[in-house]
Design a protein around this ligand. Structure first.
Ligand code: FMN
Length: 399
């Protein structure tokens, strides 16, 4: 039973079996700090820094198999070594009282031959490549066009469904509290769902029902493996990232919402159209408000919303009942103690440095953003100042 205990961003919320102490969630973010697909000690620090007792964290996207990579230095969860390394992250988060879900993905055609075994072509629902308007980051930091994919044979699709199942099982072995299936943002599952990408003639192409079959098969496999209460999904019907366009995104969103209602998932994570940065004019998309309220009405479970939220707009979204949980991306990168800052109210936020979002240094731009520290000034008033990362741990644990 999901439910609200008061409507404020900083109020508790019961999400499936989890008692969240507040609604400020760490959004999944690829940060390119893994080594040979293995999470590092820096991951332990990064996720620990962002942990609050009863707070929910979602990991960066983690590949379900060796063809699922499309970023330099991104992690997987399909070998013993990877599972072992993730366990260290999970243990550290649990030791601080946090809850952590693993986001599992396959990038599909959003890749390059250099990231594929034997330099093979990436796989997808289609053999058409992502347009050259979008660029992929290469190992040396340069940007190139995406590679032309190979359309998966029908018989190969089941193999990838199985990889998602095994990744979910591995996440449980690592001790994660649950998994979030990444079905948005133009990656493999979205490449099946969106009709401007999927040009298949088999039972995975054509009608909405066929295009969503892959997503629903993955969902069935994962929920069968680890249970519905530990399974979540991220979708973005109206987000155009990597050419992920559909001729009727709201029909797609509503179809998915209706299907997801039957699963009783832990939560549905919805990326808002205001995250659309590039390709489609805002006026050509359903308005943020229309899209959001349609999805909110259609979906009966816990709804997590993301995309461009501030403290104030997040507060408003919770108060108005638009969402149950808000995930924060960029602000959480630069403010490891974001929930604490939000609780305090009018405190300054660190600015994020976009240039280090996807660089590989284990410290710079990753674990070196300062925490807020409160101390009494000479007149006994509390004032804030910035200090090093370790200094505020005791304060944060008070959240
Ligand atoms: C550096 C970076 C990496 C991201 N990586 C992922 C990812 O791995 N998986 C995912 O679902 N979304 C990813 N996103 C999207 C975020 O989860 C989030 O939806 C987006 O940043 C919008 O939220 P914000 O406005 O609070 O930043 C990424 C965003 C950023 C900035």
């Amino acid at each position: 039973m999901n439910g609200s205990t008061g409507s404020d961003l900083m109020f508790p919320f019961k999400m499936g079996p989890f008692h969240l102490s507040h609604r400020v969630v760490l959004a999944p973010m690829t940060r390119c700090r893994a080594l040979n697909t293995i999470p590092q000690p820096a991951h332990v620090t990064y996720y620990s820094q962002r942990t609050t007792p009863g707070g929910l964290l979602i990991t960066e996207a983690v590949s379900v198999g060796d063809r699922g990579f499309g970023f330099p230095h991104s992690p997987g969860i399909f070998t013993d070594e990877q599972i072992h390394a993730w366990k260290a992250v999970v243990d550290a988060v649990h030791a601080r009282g946090g809850i952590i879900f693993c986001q599992i993905w396959h990038v599909g055609r959003a890749s390059h031959k250099v990231y594929q075994p034997n330099g093979d072509s990436p796989v997808s629902s289609t053999s058409r490549k992502i347009s050259d308007d979008w660029k992929i980051q290469m190992l040396g930091g340069t940007l190139e066009n995406y590679s032309t994919p190979r359309a998966l044979a029908t018989s190969e699709i089941k193999v990838i469904v199985q990889q998602f199942r095994e990744a979910a099982r591995n996440a449980m072995i690592a001790g994660f509290d649950g998994v979030e299936i990444h079905a948005g943002h133009g990656y493999l599952i979205d490449q099946f769902m969106k009709n401007k990408i999927n040009d298949r003639m088999d039972e995975y192409g054509g009608s909405i029902e066929n295009r969503c079959r892959f997503a629903l098969e993955i969902l069935s496999a994962v929920t069968e493996e680890i249970g519905t209460e530990r399974t979540a999904i991220r979708i973005s019907p109206v987000v155009d990232h990597l050419d992920a366009l559909d001729s009727d995104p709201m029909a797609l969103g509503l179809y998915l919402a209706a299907k997801l209602n039957h699963f009783g998932l832990c939560y549905m994570h919805l990326t808002q159209p205001r995250y659309n940065a590039r390709k489609v004019k805002k006026e050509d998309l359903p308005s943020f408000h229309d899209c959001h309220s349609l999805m909110r009405n259609a979906y009966k479970g816990t709804l997590m919303s993301t995309g461009g939220y501030t403290r104030e707009s997040g507060m408003a979204a919770i108060r108005n009942g638009e969402a149950d949980l808000i995930s924060y991306g960029r602000l959480f990168i630069s403010n490891p103690d974001l929930p604490w800052r939000f609780r305090l109210g009018a405190v300054k936020l660190n600015k994020y440095d976009r240039a280090t979002f996807y660089t590989h240094d284990q410290v710079v731009g990753y674990t070196d953003y300062p925490f807020l520290y409160l101390e009494d000034d000479k007149r006994g008033r509390q004032r804030s100042k910035m200090i090093s990362n370790e200094g505020s741990l005791c304060l944060r644990s008070a959240l």
